[in-house]
Unconditional design. Structure first.
Length: 233
């Protein structure tokens, strides 16, 4: 059964430059994690004691001010960063849509990029080929599918990435708010697709500043502030 459990997870970024803060301890705004010192180095504590549990069918919206730790949390869930403390337990095949340009080759066609993206996500060439037409249809890119990826607009790139990732049906889908790059009709379609994924017992985690998008797509909302969970509802 698909699930995500985080227990007291923390993540510390270490800065290797030699830095001196002009006024240590001053905090002018609620932005960002906490800056601290570890030996002679500065560190930024981006996540601090984060605990929550998600089960099959949950769609979690991650919100919070700039620097609150949303992207860091997604990267920890995807396994890009190992937590500095605490434990994570994930059951299910995870795919992520963070940055449209990650995992896509600008010179390769949309079609070729679908194959590359699928292979990176652990699908076989035969599985990808079987889903190819469905992915192209969902993206509505038409003849553009045979043009290089670099010729796509932001929204077109978002359509291709979303179509590929969701047609290949990950059990857990992690997303940043770039999905907002799609136009209104695509966003409507994307929401239906996410509903279907969640109904098939998947889990979706979406980080966004767009409250309306979170309300449309998610069933739960986790607010982060300075790396800590402020609320979960
Ligand atoms: N590579 C890095 N090195 C050092 N600190 C970092 C690094 N990446 C992020 N941080 C710090 O970690 C904290 C959390 O950043 P993160 O990008 O996770 O926030 P966010 O909630 O996604 O912000 P935004 O809404 O602005 O995208 C911030 O204080 C940021 O300064």
């Amino acid at each position: 059964m698909t699930s995500i459990t985080l227990n007291n997870v923390s993540l510390v970024y270490r800065l290797f430059e030699k830095l001196t803060l002009s006024a240590p301890g001053r905090r002018r705004s609620a932005l960002g994690g906490n800056i601290a010192k570890s030996g002679t180095k500065q560190v930024v504590q981006a996540l601090d004691g984060v605990s929550f549990e998600l089960k099959a069918g949950d769609r979690l919206g991650l919100v919070g001010p700039n620097g609150a730790g949303k992207t860091t949390l997604l990267k920890v869930l995807y396994g890009i960063y190992q937590p500095s403390g605490g434990t994570i337990s994930i059951t299910g095949k995870v795919d992520a849509l963070f940055n449209i340009h990650i995992g896509f080759r600008p010179e390769a066609t949309g079609r070729r990029n679908i194959v590359l993206r699928g292979l990176i996500s652990g699908w076989t060439a035969a599985e990808i080929e079987e889903k190819m037409e469905e992915i192209i249809d969902f993206s509505e890119l038409g003849d553009f599918i045979d043009l290089p990826f670099k010729a796509y607009s932001q929204g077109m790139a978002a359509r291709l990435a979303f179509a590929a990732a969701t047609t290949l049906e990950p059990e857990i889908l992690l997303m940043d708010e770039w999905i907002g790059a799609g136009d209104a009709s695509f966003q409507e379609k994307a929401k239906r697709r996410m509903d279907e994924l969640a109904e098939k017992a998947g889990i979706i985690v979406l980080a966004s500043h767009d409250d309306a998008l979170i309300r449309r797509v998610c069933t739960k909302k986790l607010t982060l502030r300075a790396g800590r969970v402020e609320s979960l509802a």
